[in-house]
Write a protein that binds this ligand. Structure first.
Ligand SMILES: [Ca+2]
Length: 218
């Protein structure tokens, strides 16, 4: 089973070493989703990112040497009127890069944000969902990424999104978390992208994960 590799947040201004060991490209016939620990300090200098590195993945597949960097950036500004509190914004960046002899080649950049929030701002990647799989056994790793976001002053369901990033393609499920509401439940709806529904193995994987990722304890 793939393991999730987490990096402690560090300021982007911290100099990074020039390179890290590069995994040898596996054969097409036997793709091992080999993972190596990834800390921000282990990121090759050629792989750039915005804001602070929150976590990362490093694995080998049919594309070669894959790096995934999750970073975030936060900002604040004054409210529009005297009685408005400070408005907070948070930006999420997920960059999937293949490193080959000529340098980094970006397969996908996923961006999202929660902006100008004057309540409780939430934009958080689910640690246990951040991993790499190859459930359709095509030799290309699927980066699993789930995160919730909200700007709210109560305990209502948050927006939840789950993506599989595979060889530059993005397959998504969008919906909400499922939260207790007295003796019943509130939220938990999900809608898959048509592109995901067209991929049976990936769709089954995402559907199986969805309730585990989105259901909050009573
Ligand atoms: Ca795959």
């Amino acid at each position: 089973m793939p393991t999730v590799i987490t990096a402690a947040p560090v300021p982007s201004a911290v100099p990074l070493p020039s390179s890290a060991p590069v995994a040898s490209a596996p054969s097409v016939a036997s793709v091992a989703l080999e993972k190596k620990p990834l800390s921000a300090a282990a990121l090759p200098r050629s792989i750039t990112y915005e804001g602070l590195v929150e976590r990362g993945l490093h694995f080998a597949d049919r594309n070669g040497d894959n790096w995934v960097v999750v970073s975030t950036k936060e900002a604040t500004k004054p409210g529009a009127t005297d009685w408005d509190s400070t408005l907070r914004s948070k930006y999420l960046f997920v960059r999937h890069v293949v490193l080959d002899a000529t340098g980094p080649r970006e397969l996908r950049l996923l961006r999202d944000h929660e902006v100008d929030c004057d309540f409780d701002l939430l934009l958080r990647v689910t640690e246990e969902a951040f991993t790499v799989t190859d459930v359709d056994a095509d030799g290309y790793g699927e980066v699993n990424l789930g995160y919730e976001s909200a700007c709210r002053s109560d305990v209502s369901p948050a927006t939840y999104k789950f993506f599989l990033l595979e060889n530059g393609a993005k397959f998504g499920v969008r919906g909400t978390t499922k939260v207790p509401d007295g003796t019943t439940w509130w939220g938990g709806d999900m809608k898959a992208d048509p592109e995901l529904e067209a991929q049976p193995a990936l769709f089954a994987h995402a559907k199986a994960l969805w309730p585990k990722l989105t259901k909050r304890p009573l």
